[in-house]
Design a protein around this ligand. Structure first.
Ligand code: AMP
Ligand code: ZN
Length: 464
């Protein structure tokens, strides 16, 4: 079956047809680096990771660009409040962002352009808009003239009738009710301190929306395949990106727009400004792993809201453990006699996984198939109806799924260190040095490793 996405622009599910066969240009709005991202931000970034990884699974070659918003109203406001330079301030949160990506098993994009390094590209677009009568200047500020761009509102499905012509908004973020000409370039103002660029447009700084138009088109061309973000980005940010880009080039900007729904807390959007948020650090400090959070955030469909609770995170941790135990135990299984059933189950799970993900990334359906498979194979294994060859094929199948899911916890270097500590502990026990053996057990526990004494000797498990 063909891969289909629900396109915000058309409002319907459409077959995905890339502009260049076999290749995909993907742009995802990145973090504003003014704080540690909330796990709400990561819901969107993990949905985008699923999209990226599934496109690769399908054989596409991806060019994925995620910008870093390192200059806007919020970064300037908070760096000034703290009394540090914009760069020092945003570098700190950029570093934290990349650490978080690793903890969450998010694959790196091909490009992470920073807004402050693309000012010339932004100025060039604004100049084109001026030439085409789509922008105007007031006191050194430049605005996009939405009345001159007929398609305005097509993404967010705005009713443009009755709109007040000539109303202007300077802020980067605003509500649908105040749809207005928006700032492309903001003249220097005292509250910007030393944050400004001297350009052909005068002394000032870019608006937030122009940043994404400039950086997406620079790396992906004027017209590219997929653009993503959370639903809050749809208006005004993405609507404005379309107006700026199509207004400047005269070409279609993006074919498929995909928007992910909110992660909620207490049934409201989790956000820094509402104060109802957790960062990844908060979650790790409570003893959960980044992978458990990844599981939770990826496991419900991206277009459905998800209310965050620790009960849900516990359930995610259990599922992740079952998934990992399955692979680990299969590796330890020597193999029995075949009945041919395994082959049928493998065929079914591969089809189920792909059919579900092809259908606008129906991840809960895909995971349901995998857990049915785990149950069926575990039964065959318990009845010794699985050959070594079938076992290997199952492991290979799971590994292929895992290129998309990235749930398997594999840290071989660490494994060697763990084995060594276990051997030392066994030695200590033989020597009846229980103080030392307890000390090693505690050390392993601190590394997140739990020991189990079994008739076959000591086994270990990673706390998930
Ligand atoms: P920001 O750093 O605020 O520009 O947000 C980065 C990305 O996270 C954007 O695509 C937002 O739409 C998304 N985002 C912010 N809050 C949430 C949330 N509670 N749930 C899902 N996505 C979110
Ligand atoms: Zn953006």
């Amino acid at each position: 079956m063909a891969l289909r996405f629900r396109n915000t622009l058309s409002g319907i599910k459409e077959e995905f047809i890339p502009i260049k066969p076999g290749k995909v240009g993907l742009y995802t709005c990145g973090p504003t680096v003014y704080y540690y991202p909330t796990i709400g931000n990561y819901r969107t970034f993990i949905f985008e990771d699923l999209l990226r990884r599934y496109l690769k699974y399908k054989g596409y070659e991806i060019t994925h660009v995620m910008n870093l918003t390192d200059v806007d109203d919020k970064t300037i406001r908070d760096s000034r409040k703290e009394g540090v330079s914009l760069k020092e301030f945003t570098d700190r949160y950029t570093r934290a962002f990349f650490e978080d990506l690793d903890a969450l098993g998010i694959e790196r994009a091909e490009y992470y352009p920073a807004a402050t390094e693309h000012i010339n590209e932004m100025v060039a677009i604004i100049k084109k808009l001026l030439d085409r009568g789509l922008a105007y200047e007031v006191d050194g500020n430049y605005y996009f003239k939405i009345a001159a761009f007929p398609g305005y509102g097509k993404l967010a499905k705005l009713d443009m009738e009755g709109m007040k012509a000539g109303a202007r908004v300077a802020a980067d973020e605003y509500e649908k009710e105040s749809v207005s000409d928006f700032a492309l370039w903001k003249a220097w103002d005292e509250k910007d301190g030393d944050v400004y660029w001297e350009t052909g447009l005068g002394k000032g700084r870019p608006g937030w929306h122009i940043e994404c138009s400039a950086m997406s088109m620079k790396y992906l061309g004027n017209h590219f395949d997929i653009h993503c973000g959370g639903v809050d980005n749809m208006f005004p940010h993405h609507e404005n990106e379309i107006a700026q880009s199509e207004g400047a080039t005269g070409e279609k900007f993006v074919n498929y727009w995909l928007h992910s729904e909110y992660l909620l807390a207490d049934n409201r959007k989790m956000s820094k400004s509402l104060g109802n948020y957790y960062t990844l650090r908060d979650i790790l400090d409570k003893g959960y792993s980044g992978r458990a959070l990844r599981y939770l955030l990826i496991s419900s469909h991206y277009r459905q809201q998800l209310n965050f609770t620790f009960e849900r995170l516990d359930a995610a941790r259990n599922s992740l453990e079952r998934y990992n135990d399955f692979i680990k135990n299969l590796n330890d299984y020597p193999g029995g006699k075949t009945t041919g059933e395994a082959e049928t189950y493998i065929k079914k799970v591969v089809e189920g996984f792909e059919n579900n993900l092809d259908d606008d990334l129906n991840i809960s359906g895909a995971l349901g198939e995998i857990f049915d498979f785990i149950r069926d194979i575990n039964r065959l294994k318990a009845e010794d109806k699985l050959s070594a060859q079938e076992r290997d094929k199952i492991i290979e199948t799971m590994r292929r799924f895992d290129t998309v899911l990235n749930f398997e916890i594999k840290e071989q270097a660490l494994d060697a260190r763990i084995e060594e500590l276990i051997a030392r502990r066994n030695q200590a026990r033989q020597n009846k040095d229980y103080a030392l053996s307890d000390k090693i057990r505690d050390e392993l526990l601190a590394m997140g490793i739990v020991l189990e004494d079994t008739p076959q000797g000591v086994k270990w498990k990673r706390k998930i």
